[in-house]
Design a protein around this ligand. Structure first.
Ligand SMILES: Cc1ncc(C[n+]2csc(CCOP(=O)(O)OP(=O)(O)O)c2C)c(N)n1
Ligand SMILES: [Mg+2]
Length: 1009
């Protein structure tokens, strides 16, 4: 305070000004405090202390004395004001049900605590100067105490309870004070009130219409919280007026149909058609109606500006969509060059139980201020119906409010009574303006109730008799607000009836129209349309992934050099060694893993594709191999990112260390990948096993997103994987789990033509799983992600020790023009040159290849054992595996060697597919290829129609084909497992045991030859 006073004496209370003036004037210890002036009436009905201080402030106050009581009173007034600002929300009338309304006396105890004890009734008319920390005076500088308290009650203890005093930034605090305390600030014109009424009437109207027409259907209605609809619309109006053009929204089940209809203006007939059990006319297995996404462009009537509204499709898993929405929003801002989030913003809706219970809320909110993840402020709206399914928040939440999680990022939180629509609109306006001003998160907690059970066929009285007896007596919000407006003369009863009847008619007409529909289309519910991406593309044409050598050399040299134009940029000596050895490799036309990755990224950037790599410590790389950000050793925060400076007209490269979150960050990157297909978006786990804390994103979005929501994503997961004696964790990325989710049929050998086999499989699969062993293949598979004419998620097991393994290096020859990704890497040694002499074919994948290769050499078995690597595990390369089986003698022993335990790794996935392939190989030898079992072409599929061609063969997406007889049994061609036993833990914790196990599996692989 003293420092403040030094800057501006008027900034502190007059009593402190007097004190500091004397102290500064040399008053000795204890003497700076002066007694109150004797001329002042000692009664509290005196002048404000400011009046006792000479005009001009800080002049010394000789002889001036202010009574101790007067100073104490003034300090108490400051305390009272501050108390309301900090704790007023605790007694605000937020709950429409008034279940926990506190008695007035207790309430004032809670808020002002001891500060009012100084005053009695007489003091209430004493005029006090107002401190600069309040705006309750408006243009007045002093007010009687009664008026001060009254205005504070109005501002802080009516329908709005605001929490903001923990915000560290004074400007932000003052901004909120101003918006909340200024007298008369919450006023609405008659037209504005009519608009609120019309909007709330539509919200209620839709729910009651659905309740009448589809009484036995679950819709997770909004009744009791209908004010959400005008609230969202108001936020959109205010934000649109401030220039926002695109709104990306995420929300749970509750009220979703209402939001689609009345906020997004999704055609009602499409919504009603979802209630009829109609056949789906296009691709995808679909989802329930209250999970579907949408994307609408329309004119905002109030601002006369176009707005784009997207609701992101979500699974049942509450809050899981939050980071996805943020990533999608970030991408919209990125591609628009909207660096401050002025054009695109996100709105997230939450339930009270989910917002406080789900950890991903915290993970998402914690991204809000990170440079590479911020969306420059999200408006969170909690539809706080004070219940979660059957659960009472008083027993299932430790935090006082369901919104407390947002306090960690200093977000202001506006609690508001949902039955006071004007108060709700007021906080919505403040929230939109807050976001526009400070570009930070803000929370609106609409305290409401749930009129029905969790869904419409659920009985709430089982668990909440007290609450529901109250709810039964509650008038509908439209009735309540209409009555208020009628009472104050804003509208008359006929107008209200007209508003309600008109919407009912709209619904009736839409229902009639929906009855004419015979089919529904999943594509109508797409949340991220990629206009222009599919059109005119040949679905079987993959652009080349090999590049001219000059590109490799150029990129290689750039990432092997310190900043070319900054001679004084001091880099670490260890890094210099890394760069030197990189340069040597480039000169020798070879690459290791890190170089291959840099060349894949760099060549895509050159071609104009944005590349984004996000995850924990990705900038350097967990294994210190990447170094995409070089740090000046002498200047803090001075960095150089070589991949950003490859070519003058290249696309932007983003590499960003994330927060220590998997669920949040993976969800974010998935969202990022949805906005624009022309980008490579990668998320890297620190170690592969950590991806299991993001399992919801993997199961509910990545593996099944396209099937449920016809929405593609090319997101790439880089998961360090491999048994290297590092213990149970840090070893397995749980390859088996990904493979189990792959939708390619183990018993079906696709009948695709040889030149289309790979691409048709890729098109039909739900995701790609690969475990590459060579840098060149890593290079190609990354590039293939963007050069496919469609998008599929890629799950890539990535190496640890192979990063520096001398044999895990590739020649430029395998990356230059004309080369491509090899799904299978055949043996190229003596065995392959004389296949007839081969006694055993070992199939494997990933790092174990190098152990096997060495063991074969050690045993001198190069002519007897062929080793074949499956680089792409799913979709399973049936055709190329068959070629390998055909190449070697029919009686050669076939084994699958893996380093993961038998119940882990690829074995369970591989085995049935090998059986199918082996059976096919036999059949082909004895029968004509046409005798195999292709499915007959039936009509034109979605896939082919998409590209304007008729289908040569029915693709394997969508309805499953009729059951086929199992493949013929061919015991001679069975594949045998060699590897670790089954295990509960992915790997042993003992280095010795690890080595023994490895020796064992290598001996087993070459036994009996
Ligand atoms: C992660 C997760 N756990 C459990 C559920 C099951 N579930 C569905 S709705 C619900 C209650 C949600 O309460 P709240 O967030 O307050 O929303 P409300 O239904 O009250 O609008 C629960 C537990 C779920 N959908 N997602
Ligand atoms: Mg709830």
């Amino acid at each position: 305070m003293y420092v403040q006073w030094l800057r501006d004496p008027a900034a502190v209370h007059a009593s402190w000004d007097a004190y500091f003036s004397r102290a500064a004037g040399g008053a000795g210890p204890g003497a700076a405090y002066i007694a109150p002036p004797s001329l002042a009436a000692p009664s509290a009905n005196s002048l404000p202390v400011s009046a006792l201080v000479p005009k001009g402030g800080r002049a010394s106050l000789p002889g001036m004395a202010v009574s101790e009581n007067t100073i104490a009173d003034h300090l108490s007034v400051v305390g009272v004001i501050r108390s309301y600002q900090i704790r007023g929300h605790l007694v605000a009338r937020l709950d429409p049900l008034e279940i926990e309304r506190k008695p007035v006396e207790t309430a004032s105890e809670i808020v002002v605590r001891g500060y009012m004890k100084n005053f009695d009734e007489e003091d209430m008319d004493t005029v006090f100067q107002l401190p600069s920390s309040t705006f309750i005076g408006g243009s007045q500088k002093a007010l009687p105490l009664r008026e001060i308290v009254d205005r504070l009650e109005q501002a802080y203890c009516r329908s709005i309870g605001v929490e903001y005093m923990y915000i560290n930034d004074l400007e932000q605090c003052n901004w909120i004070r101003h918006k909340i305390e200024t007298p008369g600030i919450m006023q609405f014109s008659n037209d504005e009130k009519r608009l609120i009424l019309a909007r709330v009437a539509r919200a209620s109207g839709l729910e009651s219409f659905l309740a009448r027409k589809f009484s036995s259907e679950k819709r997770f209605g909004l009744e009791g919280g209908e004010v959400l609809i005008p609230a969202m619309k108001h936020i959109i109006d205010v934000s649109s007026a401030m220039g926002v053009e695109s709104f990306v929204m995420g929300m749970p089940h509750r009220g979703r149909l209402n939001v689609l209809a009345n906020v997004c203006r999704k055609p009602l007939e499409q919504i009603f058609a979802q209630f009829a059990a109609l056949e789906v006319a296009d691709e995808g297995s679909g989802d329930v109606k209250y999970h579907l996404g949408t994307y609408i462009e329309r004119l905002n009537r109030l601002t006369n500006r176009n707005v784009r509204l997207a609701i992101v499709a979500n699974p049942s898993h509450l809050e899981a969509v939050d980071p996805v929405v943020q990533g999608k929003t970030k991408a919209e801002q990125f591609y628009r060059g909207d660096n401050d989030g002025n054009k695109a913003m996100s709105i997230l809706l939450h339930g009270d139980a989910a917002f406080s219970g789900q950890g991903v809320v915290y993970e998402t909110i914690h991204l809000s201020d990170l440079p590479a993840y911020t969306t420059h402020g999200t408006i969170h709206i909690v539809v706080n119906n004070q219940i979660g399914f059957t659960t009472d928040p008083r027993l299932t939440r430790s935090s006082p409010y369901c919104t407390d999680v947002a306090r960690v990022v200093n977000a202001p939180i506006f609690h508001v009574n949902g039955d006071d629509p004007e108060a709700v609109m007021h906080v919505c306006k403040i929230a939109a303006e807050w976001r526009n001003t400070f570009h930070k998160d803000v929370v609106i907690d609409i305290v409401s109730y749930r009129r029905n059970g969790h869904n419409e066929i659920d009985e709430p009285m089982f668990t909440h008799p007290f609450m529901y007896n109250k709810i039964r007596k509650m008038p509908n919000i439209t009735e309540k607000y209409a009555q208020k407006l009628i009472d104050e003369g804003t509208v008359n009863a006929e107008e209200v009836k007209d508003v309600i009847d008109r919407y009912e008619k709209i619904c009736e007409e839409a229902l009639e129209a929906s009855k004419k529909e015979t089919q529904i289309y999943n594509k109508h519910w797409i949340d991220s349309p990629w206009s222009g991406f599919f059109e005119g593309k040949d679905p079987l044409k993959m652009s080349p992934t090999g590049v001219v050598e000059e590109t490799l050399t150029h990129i290689g040299k750039r990432v092997s050099s310190a900043p070319p134009n900054a001679v004084d940029f001091v880099i670490h000596r260890g890094l210099q060694r890394v760069l030197n050895s990189r340069m040597e490799m480039v000169e020798g036309r070879t690459v290791d893993w890190a170089l291959a990755e840099a060349m894949a990224f760099g060549s895509l950037l050159k071609e104009g594709f944005h590349v984004r790599l996000s995850g924990q410590d990705v900038e350097r790389g967990t294994f210190s191999h990447r170094h995409h950000v070089m740090h000046h050793q002498k200047v803090d925060m001075a960095t150089y990112r070589p991949l950003c400076y490859l070519y003058p007209d290249q696309a932007q490269y983003t590499v960003c260390n994330s927060s220590l979150s998997e669920f949040g960050v993976l969800g974010f990157e998935l969202g990022f990948s949805l906005t624009n297909p022309n980008a490579l978006v990668c998320w890297e786990a620190q170690f592969g096993d950590f991806c299991n804390t993001a399992q919801v994103i993997i199961d509910q979005f990545i593996a099944s997103g396209q099937a449920k929501w016809v929405r593609q994503s090319g997101l790439t997961l880089l998961l360090p994987h491999g048994m290297e004696g590092m213990g149970p964790e840090h070893s397995s990325a749980r390859l088996e789990r990904f493979l189990q989710m792959c939708s390619d049929d183990p018993e079906y050998f696709p009948p695709f033509a040889a030149d289309e086999f790979a691409i048709r499989q890729l098109h039909d699969c739900n995701m790609i799983v690969a475990n590459c062993s060579m840098p060149s293949n890593y290079f190609h598979i990354l590039r293939r992600q963007v050069h496919m004419p469609f998008r599929k998620p890629l799950i890539l097991m990535t190496p640890k020790s192979l990063l520096r393994h001398p044999r895990a290096q590739s020649s430029f020859d395998t990356m230059c023009s004309g080369t491509e990704f090899m799904r299978v890497l055949p043996d190229t040694g003596v065995a392959a040159q004389n296949p007839a002499g081969v006694r055993r074919v070992i199939f494997c994948s990933g790092k174990v290849y190098f152990d096997l290769e060495k063991a074969r050499e050690d045993r001198g078995l190069q002519d007897k054992v062929a080793i074949v690597r499956l680089e792409q595990l799913s979709p399973f390369p049936f055709d190329e595996v068959k070629q390998q089986l055909d190449l070697y003698p029919a009686d050669a022993d076939i084994i699958w060697t893996q380093e993961e335990a038998k119940n882990n790794g690829a074995w369970a996935y591989i085995e049935p597919r090998f059986e199918t392939t082996a059976a096919k190989a036999k059949i082909i030898r004895s029968e004509s290829p046409q005798a195999a079992d292709p499915l007959p072409a039936s009509g034109t599929s979605w896939f082919w129609r998409l590209f304007g061609r008729s289908a040569p063969m029915e693709p394997r997406v969508g309805p499953q084909p009729p059951a086929r007889p199992p493949p013929p049994c061919t015991p001679a061609r069975r594949i045998r497992y060699v590897g670790r036993n089954c295990g509960a833990s992915p790997a042993t914790g003992s280095k010795t045991a690890h080595t023994k196990e490895l020796d064992g599996l290598l001996s087993g692989s070459f036994a009996d030859l």
